[in-house]
Structures are given as structure tokens and as C-alpha cells.
Ligand binder design. Sequence first.
Ligand code: GUN
Length: 167
Amino acid sequence: MMTAKELIQKLDLQPHPEGGFFKETYRSPGEISANGLPSEFKGSRSYSTCIYFLLTSATFSAFHKINQDEIWHFYLGSPIKLHTISQDGIHLEHRIGNAIKNDQSPQLVVPKGHWFAASVMDDNGYALVGCTVAPGFDFGDFVLGSREELIAKFPEHKKIIEQYTRD
Ligand code: GUN
């Protein structure tokens, strides 16, 4: 199996503000104008986008949210633990991986507006996944959670929020 460093070089991945490394692999040429989208979208968006996303056990994907559902696809490496907190405070823990018999899912849909964060389950491992969204990704729809604000909003989830935020 390739090392994380080799994959980052081979796939030309860049650091992501939420943690991990990514590269956009698809952006549909078609666009939807803002007036065809819900009001939370502040401009036109591509129909859909897709990225490679690589997470290592040295880091984590910090709590963030976007305006669209995000579909995760497992490709290789360690399974991933992914936490979601819905706007009304329901916390769920999911496992993304290919050991289906152990209740891991090769695909996972994170609903729009849910806060989500992820980490690799194996020690000294990495996971390579894909993340697809429609409408297409735009950093204008991306909110990185502040530890203080998330704890104020969801005090019952303080522990998990502290574990998956950086400030
Ligand atoms: N493009 C840049 N960052 C992201 C991300 O976090 N998710 C998706 N789906 N696309 C991106």
C-alpha cells in the first residue's frame, strides 16, 4: 500500500482548512443561478463538484458545515469515524469503510446544515475518500465551527466538540 505522503504527491493533494488534504477532481461546467437556489446560497453554483480527501491519523477534520448534502465515498485505507450534530442538537457517530460486516458504510450522506467532523480509526493510518456535493462546493457556503460558539450552542456535546475543534 502507498504511504500517505506518496498519495498526497501522486494525486497532487493540498492542505484543507478543515484538516487533511484534498483536490477537486470534478466541477460540472453547468451552473445554477442564485435565483434558482435556496436563499442561503449567495451566488451561482456549479451543478456538482467532487474531491479526493485524504485524512491521516496525525490530524482530524474539524467541525464544519455547508449548505448542501455531502456524499462521502470510501476508497482505501483505514475506516473513518464521522460525527454529525444536527441543527437541533442530535449527535450521531458513523463509520465509513469497506468492512460492511462490521457496520461500516462505503457511502455516507451528511445532510446539509449538519455540523460534521471526522478522524481516522486506525493508529498511524490514513483514509482516502471522495466527497461529492450538489450544488457544487464554494467556500462561501463553508463554515468552520468555533469551539466556543459550538459549545455554547450544544453544551451537551462539549467533549466531542473539544476533541474536533482547534481554537
Ligand atoms: N472543495 C473544497 N473543499 C471541499 C469540501 O470540503 N467538500 C467538498 N465536497 N468539496 C470541496
